[in-house]
Design a protein around this ligand. Structure first.
Ligand SMILES: Nc1nc(=O)c2c([nH]1)NC[C@@H]1CN(c3ccc(C(=O)N[C@@H](CCC(=O)O)C(=O)O)cc3)CN21
Ligand SMILES: CC(C)C(=O)C(=O)O
Ligand SMILES: [Mg+2]
Length: 264
């Protein structure tokens, strides 16, 4: 194993202006192949409810499901940073959140991601104080799909955009170690990135952030519904799974991906 990637590695990449690559992973084999291709961060995403379990949203995913897949990925013992999603309704109180995050960390996660806005500040502080690195997922938050009225681009109007920038700075002050932005206009993502000093990871957020992430199945072309605009199929040209992971890593680190057609 090469030198393991830590949260400090991501901070160094951010400072150096070198983008890092992230993918979802749900099992040991794919985690190993992705990590060997250079992918810096593996997310056990609650998207597994859609791509593995066949649900049409992430809401049915349980903490037990997330623990199982986190164990599978962690067991691979890769050099990559392992982040796990807190599933729907496992953060309704601070004690519940600490308990759930604790179980994911004990399953092998190095960092926890949860969806929300500035109202999460106290929760973020409670986790950070106990040594749990936290990433806050903002913009299109799929666990709120029914409140948002669909998987839609967020932060399109100036009021929403300014609120998002403000919320991100509040969350950083509260102790967030990273921010993930999903489906926001490229210009807003750039502004959030510039307002912060922690790494910003984007999906459908344009090229002006510190790291990129995609759902593994999407970038391998293993899709059963129309993929979102921000997806690129890296399997098409690469011809093998490892080749696709290497091509994605290369494209992200050289800022070849995302291209304008993948942005909002
Ligand atoms: N396979 C998979 N890939 C994902 O990226 C993903 C999941 N599952 N599950 C959880 C969420 C849901 N996500 C989605 C799903 C659809 C769109 C989508 O179709 N968006 C429209 C934007 C429409 C607009 O302009 O407002 C698009 O055309 O991309 C975006 C994110 C992202 N996450
Ligand atoms: C799409 C990414 C960011 C995610 O949260 C997931 O895969 O669950
Ligand atoms: Mg998720």
């Amino acid at each position: 194993m090469t030198r393991p990637i830590t949260i400090q590695t991501l901070n160094e990449r951010r400072s150096a202006g070198q983008p890092f690559s992230c993918l979802t992973a749900y099992d040991a084999t794919m985690a190993t192949l992705a990590s060997n291709a250079g992918i810096e961060l593996l997310l056990i995403g609650d998207s597994l409810g859609m791509v593995l379990q066949g649900h049409d949203s992430t809401l049915p995913v349980t903490l037990e499901d997330m623990i199982y897949h986190t164990r599978c990925v962690a067991r691979a013992g890769t050099a990559s940073l392992v982040m796990a999603d807190l599933p729907f309704m496992t953060n309704t109180t601070i004690p519940q959140t600490l308990q759930a995050a604790g179980q994911l960390m004990q399953a092998g996660a190095h960092m926890i991601k949860l969806e929300g806005e500035a109202w999460l500040a106290e929760t973020v502080t409670a986790l950070a104080r106990r040594g749990v690195p936290v990433c806050v997922h903002m913009g299109l938050t799929p666990q709120s799909v029914h409140a948002l009225g669909g998987y839609r681009v967020q932060g399109r109007d100036a009021h929403q955009a300014n609120a998002m920038i403000k919320a991100a700075t509040i969350l950083e002050q509260a102790g967030a170690g990273a921010i993930l932005l999903e489906c926001v206009p490229r210009e807003l993502a750039r502004q959030v990135r510039d307002a912060l000093s922690v790494p910003v990871i984007g999906i459908g957020a344009g090229p002006d952030v510190d790291g990129q992430i995609l759902v593994m199945h999407d970038m391998l072309g293993a899709t059963t519904r129309r993929p979102p605009r921000f997806v690129k199929d890296f399997m098409m040209e690469a011809g093998s799974i490892s080749g696709a992971f290497r091509a994605y890593h290369e494209a992200v680190t050289t800022r070849g991906f995302p291209a304008p057609e993948h942005c909002f």
